[in-house]
Design a protein around this ligand. Sequence first.
Ligand SMILES: C[S@@+](CC[C@H](N)C(=O)[O-])C[C@H]1O[C@@H](n2cnc3c(N)ncnc32)[C@H](O)[C@@H]1O
Length: 250
Amino acid sequence: MSKHDNLLPESPVEGLIPTLNKTGWMTEGLDDYSQDFAVYAGSVGQQGHEVLDIGCAYGVATLAALTEGARVCASDIEPRHLEILRQRVPPEYQARLRTVPGALPGVDFEHGHFAAILAARVLHFLDGPDIEQTVAKMHNWLMPGGRLYLVADTPYVGPWYTYADRYERRKAAGELWPGKVDDYAALLPAGTDPSGHPAFINPLDPDILARVCTAAGFSILSAAFLSGATKHAKGREHAGVIAVKAPETH
Ligand SMILES: C[S@@+](CC[C@H](N)C(=O)[O-])C[C@H]1O[C@@H](n2cnc3c(N)ncnc32)[C@H](O)[C@@H]1O
């Protein structure tokens, strides 16, 4: 916890901070791939290159990357998250941060600009075609040799874990989006007003992430189930992929 954490909304759950727009929680700690992103972002930052953290919430990964020396473009659908992030960032790091409100898959960035992109725990709010469009756009936004870090919630976490068996059956049957839950409202605690909550949730696994990245033109460096960063994590809370855009050939 830093002295800036009193800017965050209060949380009833240790290790998780609620979002302001009913899109789940920001974790207070980093999974292994997001941590790898922060370190990589610092190393490319020394060369003057910018990275993108999209679906950043209050900036758990952005703050770690800035601490490593990164230049970060932090983006989120919820402008209030970005305002809080801006206030959390120490003055000496402010010049290396820009914030851009925007919603996937519609948001756009400059072609060939970023040295790395992190989308941590945001893709499962999109349906299959929107995930494919998003990852194709990310390929376009990265510079040659740039790295993509994707982390998504899996069918084994959240209130949708009750559908994990169905996901496994659908996956065995070859369905492309076997974890998708179309009646998200039914998973909310009794008495919760569903308005403003996501209509559906599309939890992912490492195979799906790798398939989408490969289709978009990336080479896969690593794909795995990842442990959540909370103390109750069991090891399959998140799915991750680290992928690379082909370097320029001369
Ligand atoms: C579950 S939080 C994850 C926050 C953080 N990246 C982490 O790993 O803990 C999801 C974040 O994605 C944002 N988000 C949801 N849908 C989005 C979309 N379509 N485009 C951009 N951001 C979105 C939410 O506002 C929220 O800040």
